[in-house]
Design a protein around this ligand. Structure first.
Ligand code: SAH
Length: 340
């Protein structure tokens, strides 16, 4: 059993059932979340603990760094090997406010967004909570830097793996572990409506981002199949319920795709759709994926969108593009097997 997959209370139960004092759970939990895997490096934990038959098989398992790349802008990308031979990517980014990691929530993805590389081979499997946490630890080890912010925006749809995502958030937020603030975590979804409601109840302090990418429902269905199950009107309603319930601003991501959603009429519709909402729009010029025919909307058009939205009272930014030279930018992450 991987300690990284356990919530504090679960680990404490195992420790107590082995006849050990409860504080040992805190020590193990804390070492594990520092990425310390070897028993001999856990200096305050007696060796005899590991000889307890009840703790047989308990260990800290980190993903293996299969490949590490660094971009000219400081962004880093790691391909991480999981125990079963799958591999996922995580991206490290430096910001003024601290260091951020973009982690994957699934190996592959079944949402099938037309412009994204992550879902091209469908879903392989869900990642466990410990595999999400393991990405943070492996990247800290690889870069030698401490991570203060986590965004769940890598490969996979986090709300299609809700239970493990929720467990992961509780584990990294726990005071005996990394104690990472809820407000330092951001989750991005393509719009699974029932989970947006649930997330607002469970984690009102965690930041929520919605991948919108269209202001017309029919057009959204063409690039995002999820819109057929959860159409745009219902999505916007769910977002309004979320902001009312939590009082938190939602980020809408809008990837500009040339000739698809970058027209003035798209802009007008977008402004009308979001009018009066507690939100922020992040405009992202498309990162081109070699297997797809979609092209990026221009930087100028992105600025035009931003200015026009702001004029109409909707805060907007154009996302700074990081790491595209190493295919680490949004939508460019892939998963695969170790042999890749
Ligand atoms: N499944 C989640 C999180 C992963 S995608 C979601 O859909 O939100 C992270 C972000 O990158 C999403 O906004 C996604 O739509 C966007 N994205 C995907 N492909 C892209 C591309 N080629 N260029 C720019 N952004 C892209």
């Amino acid at each position: 059993m991987n300690i990284l997959d356990l919530e504090y209370a679960e680990l404490e139960k195992i420790i107590k059932e082995a006849g050990l004092p409860g504080f040992r759970a805190g020590q193990l939990f804390s070492w594990a979340q520092k990425g310390v895997a070897k028993p001999e490096d856990m200096t305050n934990v007696p060796k005899s603990l590991w000889e307890k038959p009840e703790l047989d098989g308990l260990s800290v398992e980190l993903p293996e760094v299969l490949k590490a790349q660094r971009s000219a802008d400081g962004t880093g990308k790691c391909l991480l090997g999981l125990k079963d031979g799958n591999a996922v990517e995580a991206v490290f980014m430096k910001y003024k406010y601290g260091n951020s990691i973009c982690i994957s929530s699934q190996a592959g993805c079944r949402m099938g967004c037309a412009f994204c590389a992550s879902g091209m081979n469908g879903l392989e499997r869900d990642l466990t909570a410990g595999e999400m946490l393991g990405q943070i630890l492996a990247v800290e080890e690889e870069t030698g830097e401490k991570i203060s912010h986590v965004v769940v925006m890598g490969t996979g749809e986090p709300f299609d793996n809700y239970e493990n995502l929720a467990k992961f958030i509780r584990i990294i937020n726990h005071s005996k572990g990394r104690n990472l603030g809820m407000r330092n975590i951001t989750v991005s979804t393509c719009g699974l409506i029932p989970m947006i409601d649930r997330f607002g109840d469970d984690f009102p302090q965690v930041n929520l981002a919605i991948s919108l990418h269209a202001s017309d429902s029919k057009e959204r269905s063409e690039i995002m199949p999820v819109n057929k199950a959860y159409p745009l009107d219902g999505l916007i309603e769910a977002c309004k319920r979320y902001t009312e319930k939590t009082g938190r601003r939602i980020t809408f991501e809008y990837t500009l795709i040339k000739g698809v959603n970058d027209d003035r009429k798209h802009l007008d519709k977008l402004a009308t759709l979001l009018k009066g909402m507690l939100c922020h729009v992040n405009i992202i010029p498309l990162n081109e994926v070699k297997e797809k025919e979609y092209q990026a909307g221009s930087r100028e058009r992105a600025e035009e969108f931003k200015e026009a939205l702001e004029k109409r009272g909707i805060p907007a930014t154009v996302r700074r593009e990081l790491g595209s030279d190493i295919d680490a930018a949004c939508g460019q992450l892939r998963s695969g097997s170790r042999s890749k």
